[in-house]
Ligand binder design. Structure first.
Ligand SMILES: Cc1ncc(C[n+]2csc(CCO)c2C)c(N)n1
Length: 214
């Protein structure tokens, strides 16, 4: 799916916002604005992963999807609450953040994939977010020449997140072969799944663009 998304994947993982996290040149106001929008984003993303629990067919699929819901609500969102609190933004203020249209477009696109589509369509819409941040985190860990955004980088480069991503990847692989068989990439549905993945990747690019304009 990543190979089929072409240049879009690079636009996402090498975005100017990401390079600003890497060299520390990203203004703090842009980072806090991004975190506030991301808190709202994660609220909807938790709902989308909860839909994955509903649409799962095996215990393993349910385990991965429900752990994600748990991790999102108990860890990733709380990380945003903590960083914002240190910057003087209360939890109430964070929750009241007005949602930017780019944010709304992305999350509702993913939720719509979950409401109308099957499990694989939903996973194709969810995958760029999970995998992209793992790739970005790892690259920045090796390349970063500033520690300004070290905590953010460490979260996604850390063993816990990297190993979680491997579990999601293995679950997606087996979900695909379970439903479509070994020759999955010869089927028309595969093109449609790749298109969903690519659109979600484009929406990640727009999310970074939005992050640069507080
Ligand atoms: C815009 C945006 N895209 C991706 C992530 C990363 N992310 C979102 S949900 C999740 C856990 C599993 O799906 C992770 C790592 C983010 N925070 N914000």
């Amino acid at each position: 799916m990543r190979a089929a998304s072409g240049e879009t994947w690079r636009d996402y993982t090498r975005h100017a916002f990401v390079e600003g996290l890497s060299d520390g040149s990203l203004p703090n106001a842009a980072f806090l604005h991004y975190l506030r929008q991301d808190y709202v984003f994660l609220t909807h993303f938790s709902r989308a992963w909860a839909l994955a629990v509903v649409k799962a067919e095996t215990h393993d699929e349910m385990l991965v999807a429900s752990s994600t819901v748990n991790g999102l609500i108990h860890e990733e969102m709380m990380l945003h609450v903590g960083v914002c609190a240190e910057a003087g933004i209360s939890h109430d203020a964070l929750a009241a953040t007005p949602e930017r249209p780019e944010n709304l477009a992305y999350t509702r696109y993913v939720l719509e994939a979950g409401y109308s589509g099957d499990f694989l369509t939903l996973l194709a819409a969810l995958a760029p977010c999970v995998m992209g941040y793992a790739e970005i985190g790892l690259r920045l860990k090796q390349a970063a020449h500033s520690d300004t955004y070290q905590q953010w980088i460490d979260t996604y480069a850390g063993d816990q997140y990297q190993s979680y991503c491997r579990d999601v990847g293995a679950m997606i692989d087996s979900a695909v072969t379970r439903r479509l068989g070994e020759g999955y990439d010869q089927l028309p549905i595969w093109q449609s799944l790749c298109k969903t993945f690519r659109t979600a990747t484009e929406l990640e690019v727009k999310f970074w663009d939005m992050g640069l304009t507080p």
